[in-house]
Design a protein around this ligand. Structure first.
Ligand code: NAD
Length: 342
């Protein structure tokens, strides 16, 4: 069993820990936290050894009645791979610690692409991270766009992607985020950083992205337009997307009219934390319009659950770094263990 340490046990870290624990070929070596809180108690309840991330605050855990297994350095030494799920920018500061213990590490989408060996998306470029030491699992939005672009590129001549990302103001637990009552172009200047980030996965892809922030916490919503050099029908494109294991094509009969009902569905089917690991593409929205220059313009809407779509990707990135499986086998193992697809 591969031993995986998780440094940073918040929104992403706690989900990755549970996903690792569910896999047949890896186990949680421990989780590192900065302070004792309900999530630290949860880690102990789940039998994840708890490590303190900041030495000066270590005694606070004992004061809260939580037993520590050691300091974060002990966890890094103890682990075969570390998943760093600390807030954006902290991962880069942690890299020297991983280097000091010669422990490969994964970082998250809030980090710069500049200090890692590769950026990762299982569907698009698993191979680039095989045996690498430092890998960045791209952000929730970049993951969502990459899962869509990869099969389109395999089937069609993708000439240009244009995507408008209507982003949730904050996660449900982020009480300090906003806007509370506004619709904010963010950033106002074009392109948003998402397009260049998608280029860390597809270097040659022509893509422009625009971003907005709205008063919502449930999911992001992408309005996507892809210019294709060939002329598939909407039904053909829909069939291509339906064949993807990490894309749910929402059927008309389901009566799902937005992110609220998607989250309701996730709760109803018993998904942990109401997580939606898949891109959720509205089947009805998949439309092609003839393009005057040749080919067609493809349009669709997809919803992306920011808190969870990167979770199966982290599991696959662990396997890539540790050379445990190839892309196909890893995705199959991860999907089976988590229960993707509905
Ligand atoms: P979070 O704030 O929910 O969790 C981060 C955790 O790390 C917190 O528990 C925090 O206390 C802890 N922490 C802070 N400093 C630390 C340190 N020095 N050592 C160890 N732990 C430390 O953040 P998150 O939403 O889980 O984001 C983590 C990363 O994942 C970021 O790079 C973010 O951009 C990326 N990401 C977030 C989302 C999302 O929607 N939440 C989606 C995809 C990617």
């Amino acid at each position: 069993m591969l031993r995986v340490g998780i440094n940073g046990y918040g929104t992403i870290g706690k989900r990755v820990a549970d996903a690792v624990a569910a896999q047949p070929d890896m186990e949680v070596a421990g989780v590192a936290k900065t302070r004792p809180n309900f999530e630290a108690e949860l880690a102990v309840e789940r039998d994840y050894p708890l490590y303190a991330a900041i030495e000066e605050r270590a005694e606070r855990f004992a004061d809260a009645g939580l037993e520590l297994a050691g300091m974060v350095e002990d966890l890094v030494e103890e682990s075969d791979v570390v998943v760093d799920a600390t807030p954006g920018g902290i991962g880069e500061q942690n890299k020297p610690m991983y280097e000091a213990y010669d422990t490969p590490a994964l970082f998250q989408g809030g980090e710069s692409a500049d200090f890692v060996d590769a950026s990762f998306n299982a569907r698009a470029n698993f191979e680039a991270s095989v045996g690498a030491d430092y890998v960045r699992v791209v952000s929730c939005n970049t993951t969502g766009l990459s899962r869509l672009v990869a099969p389109l590129q395999e089937h069609y001549d993708v000439q240009k992607v244009r995507a408008t990302l209507v982003r949730r103001g904050g996660d449900p637990a982020q009480t300090g985020r906003g806007p509370i009552n506004d619709i904010v172009p963010n950033p106002i200047s074009l392109p948003s950083h998402h397009g260049p980030d998608v280029n860390t996965i597809f270097p040659d892809l022509a893509i422009d992205t625009l971003g907005l922030k709205v008063p919502a916490t449930l999911m992001h919503m992408h309005s996507v337009n892809v210019t294709l050099g060939d002329e598939p029908t909407a039904e053909e494109v829909r069939a291509v997307l339906e064949a993807e294991t990490r894309i749910k094509v929402i059927r008309e009969e389901e009566g799902i009219d937005g992110a609220g009902k998607l989250k309701e569905l996730a709760q109803d089917v018993g998904r942990p934390r109401a997580d939606l690991w898949e891109n959720c593409v509205w089947g009805e929205s998949i439309t092609v319009e003839e393009n005057a220059n040749a080919g067609v313009d493809l349009y669709l809407f997809q919803a992306i659950h920011q808190e969870s779509d990167v979770v199966p990707e982290n599991v696959d990135a662990i396997r890539a770094v540790a050379e445990l499986a190839d892309a196909e086998e890893s995705v199959r193992l991860t999907n089976d263990a988590l229960g993707l697809g509905f």
